[in-house]
Design a protein around this ligand. Structure first.
Ligand SMILES: [Ca+2]
Length: 337
């Protein structure tokens, strides 16, 4: 009889997972606990969904990645109720209301709602699963009670994470941080000058806390995530897909383009830059990227600079195979090559 883990492995392979599917820990940990190779990784997504559209792509990818066991999705920064509505509605569309929704700390700034129409009539109280008004508290409880280490996938500015570390520093013992943050050797659009990347420069003190907490930190900076755009047949495969989650993603993309006054033909031709999807990928695999362990210091003015004395961060500094990542993303979303 096939074991439970073999069944999961078979499911992972069927979903087109890469060789490190389900890897939840570093190599040393895997040697101690070989069963973790195939056990889905418990994850919490912390997201500023509803701002740039790439978070919606990342959420869809995450829900379609069998390596990941999505426990909770928490909204971060700005209008966190608006963001939580998008999360909850997407989870309903995906049939994943087993995942909990957390409302993060609200901020008066960054209250643009470019996906507002999609949730205009959505009542957060109607979500069939759990909704936590104190998303930070719920995140802490989940991490502290989890029998397995939890992976925090953070794809926005991180005031929730800073607050969680303040309230309960013990979370660092049972979690690791995977983020879309910073700009290490390249800036936006592959520029030779580094940039003050949005997720760092907005709420920089919280980012400093996250990067120096005693947990493993892994990031995709602009160097890698800032280059990912689906075009041509890859994009068209997603655009034509009839899967409900992908259709919801495309509805959001159309609304987002309109509200950002971007050209209509963009919807016909390509995605925007899909920064956040790379953080989802790094939570379960890193084969397609060049990874370096670098001392990274978050400066007070929002840069991420290499500094030998700073805490080591595992950084995706370049692509080995960006086309391979795009293929994986398309396959995950649509189930097709
Ligand atoms: Ca984001």
């Amino acid at each position: 009889m096939r074991s439970f883990h073999n069944l999961i492995l078979a499911a992972l392979m069927a979903a087109g997972c890469c060789s490190c599917a389900g890897v939840a820990a570093d190599d040393a940990e895997l040697q101690r606990k070989p069963e973790m190779k195939t056990k889905p990784i418990p994850v919490i997504l912390d997201t500023d969904i509803g701002d740039d559209i790439d978070d919606t792509w990342a959420l869809a990818m995450m829900l379609k990645s069998p390596e990941l066991d999505v426990k909770m999705v928490v909204s971060d920064t700005g209008d966190t109720v608006y963001r939580a509505k998008i999360i909850a509605k997407m989870l309903e569309v995906a049939g994943r209301t087993d995942a909990q929704v957390g409302v993060g700390i609200p901020f008066e700034t960054r209250t643009r709602r470019p996906q507002g129409e999609w949730v205009e009539k959505y009542d957060l109280a109607s979500y069939p699963g759990k909704v936590h008004q104190d998303g930070v508290g719920a995140m802490i409880d989940l991490i502290m009670k989890s029998p397995q280490p939890v992976t925090l996938i953070c794809i926005g500015p991180v005031p929730n994470i800073g607050e969680a570390l303040e309230r309960e520093p013990g979370i660092a013992k049972n979690a690791r941080f995977v983020g879309m943050h910073g700009s290490v050797y390249k800036g936006y659009n592959g520029a030779a000058q580094i940039s003050k990347e949005c997720n760092v420069v907005n709420h920089t003190p919280a980012c400093q806390k996250a990067f120096t907490a005693p947990w493993d930190v892994k990031i995709t900076p602009l160097d890698t995530c800032g280059l990912v755009v689906l075009k041509g047949e890859k994009y068209q495969t997603v655009r034509r897909c009839e899967d409900p989650v992908v259709k919801a993603l495309m509805e959001n993309y159309r609304i987002w383009l309109k509200n950002n006054k971007l050209p209509d033909n963009m919807f016909e031709e390509k995605s925007s830059v899909l920064f956040d999807t790379v953080a989802v990928y790094l939570s379960f695999c890193e084969d397609l990227c060049v990874m370096k362990d670098l001392g990274i210091r978050v400066t007070d003015d929002g840069y991420t600079v290499v500094d030998e004395k700073a805490k080591k961060v595992r950084v995706a500094t370049d692509w080995k195979d960006m086309g391979g990542f795009e293929d994986l993303l398309v396959k995950r979303l649509t189930g097709k090559k």
